[in-house]
Design a protein around this ligand. Structure first.
Ligand code: ADP
Ligand code: MG
Length: 494
């Protein structure tokens, strides 16, 4: 169970504190070449009605044939959510009329979904984490799309999306703030992207959320919820929750009650408005689809998919912390996008001694590289500096060929001009001077020229920093800082 909600997360009302309760139903488009029950392409952005088979257009007598890839993607997602995989599940018809649904029903899963209970660990910005329970995951078809803006007198329908496989992932009502709900969606999205089961592209509608919100007095019974349909950005999810919670609190504090209803979020106005009440809710008359056999899996089938899963963000994070001593924060930053984690793995693979320099490599990737990429508006996949180049720079620091400071200059050269870091260091004479003899000469000269500073430093050892600075400067930053420090201490007698 989750820890009690911290007081700061409660909302203050006129009649005392209120707690927000949130449960999410996420629709995630399955990554597959073909649709759930037909061979038509799922490709995004085709000309209207060019990716439509007779099955998707619901021509009479057409029979759906299950796409095995979509099934394995759903099972893999279930495994990634540490969920119960149901060895037997069934498809049902959810009956309703809408012009974007030529069949007159959506094939979905109702009583027996493919995946049962699971959980997602969600890290929050304050370093805490919560566990959000998964209620179920089921497979269903997407509908077509109505186009209302093409003609002044007519609406058109584009059936390209009709029949595309969706996973509906239903959470338990385990979230207690907009921030928690947003963090849950981004964590879920990360897991899906690691698994390669959904591209998570919310702008293209590949991931969208129905957001259930209720409020209650802390620790009291659950309140009546409203469901905000089809919210398609993480930012809007947060805004919709905050608006909706305050709306409900306002009604309750005025002595009213909440009607269970479906609402829509209007990002322009920043408010939710009613779409339909529970009384108007459809009776979908679910019944098992007679055209489809139940799905039945052998234990071996599930075990094979499990064995082939990629390493997921939680495990990767634990490994980065355990093997290389990264802080949980740094490890979290690296695993939060699959591409970033892949990049860091490629840097590790290029290091001469990854146990020695893994942590340093993480600092370089996060601070120097990500910092620079953000500043210049690049993503990690279009980084001008490659993983092998970062690995070479880190190697050179680890081997004490260059200092951290020179490494930054080297990074700058590699960023703007490219090139092999090792060759650059050689060609441009950037090597660190660890030769004590050479440094000693510089140290002696500076001490001889500054007797007053010597006396000051002897009285107050912290002033030795001035000498370190002078030696570094006269060596063009190439003197090994540790050798300089050691030498100065012995020469100055401090
Ligand atoms: P339905 O089948 O009518 O959609 P469910 O019980 O499956 O209802 O719940 C749908 C979603 O609503 C789930 O994500 C669940 O966590 C959430 N939910 C249920 N009760 C509440 C509540 N009182 N407050 C907020 N969310 C809730
Ligand atoms: Mg529902």
């Amino acid at each position: 169970m989750n820890a009690p909600v911290k007081p700061s997360k409660l909302i203050k009302g006129a009649t005392g504190d209120w707690e927000i309760v949130i449960g999410l139903e996420i629709h995630a488009q399955v990554t597959s070449n073909a649709k759930l029950f037909s061979g038509a392409s799922t490709e995004f952005g085709g000309e209207p009605n060019t990716h439509v088979s007779l099955v998707d257009a619901a021509m009479p007598g057409m029979l759906p044939v299950i796409n095995e890839v979509c099934v394995s993607q759903a099972v893999r997602t279930g495994l990634g959510l540490k969920a119960q995989i149901n060895r037997r599940s069934t498809f049902d018809r959810k009956n309703y009329f809408y012009p974007d649904l030529p069949q007159g029903y959506q094939i979905s899963q109702y009583k027996s979904p493919i995946v049962g209970e699971g959980e997602v660990i969600v890290e929050l910005s304050d370093g805490d984490s919560i566990t959000v329970g998964i209620e179920r995951l089921h497979l269903e078809q997407d509908a077509g799309k109505l186009l209302h803006d093409q003609s002044p007198t007519m609406s058109f329908v584009d059936l390209n999306r009709s029949g595309v496989a969706l996973m509906e992932i239903v959470s338990k009502p385990d979230m207690r703030s907009a921030e928690q709900a947003q963090a849950y969606v981004s964590k879920l999205r990360t897991i899906l992207r690691y698994l390669g089961t959904c591209d998570g592209d919310m702008e293209k509608g590949s991931l969208r959320a129905d957001v259930n919100v209720s409020v209650r007095k802390p620790g009291g019974p659950l309140g009546t919820r409203c469901e905000i349909k089809n919210v398609n950005s993480i930012r809007f999810i947060g805004q919709a929750i905050d608006y909706e919670a305050r709306r409900q609190i306002g009604i309750l504090e005025d002595g009213g009650s909440i009607d269970q209803e479906t609402r829509l979020y209007d990002p322009g106005k920043g408010e939710t408005r009613s779409m339909r009440s529970k009384e108007e809710a459809h009776d979908y008359r679910y019944f098992p689809d007679p055209d489809l056999l139940p799905l039945e899996f052998s234990e071996a089938y599930v075990a094979k998919l499990k064995a082939e899963l990629p390493e997921l963000p939680d495990e990767k994070k634990a490994r980065f912390i355990g093997d290389f001593g990264l802080t949980p924060y740094d490890a979290g930053v690296l695993v939060s996008e699959r591409e970033s984690a892949d990049f860091f793995e490629a840097v590790l693979a290029g290091l001469a001694d990854k146990l020695r320099d893994g942590k340093l490599a993480a600092n370089w990737v996060i601070n120097e590289l990500f910092g620079r990429l953000n500043k210049e508006g690049h993503g990690i996949t279009s980084s001008p500096v490659s993983a092998p180049q970062i690995a070479a720079i880190v190697d050179l620091i680890g081997e004490e060929v260059i200092s951290g400071k020179i490494a930054k200059d080297l990074f700058e050269i590699v960023w703007t001009e490219g090139g092999d870091p090792r060759e650059l260091v050689e060609a441009r004479g950037m090597k660190q001077v660890t030769d004590l003899g050479a440094i000693e000469k510089v140290v002696d000269d500076i001490i001889a020229a500054n007797p007053d500073k010597v006396a000051q430093a002897q009285a107050k050892p912290a002033l030795m920093g001035w000498f370190v600075g002078q030696v570094m400067k006269s060596s063009g930053g190439k003197a090994n800082p540790k050798s300089v420090n050691d030498l100065l201490k012995s020469k100055l007698g401090i």
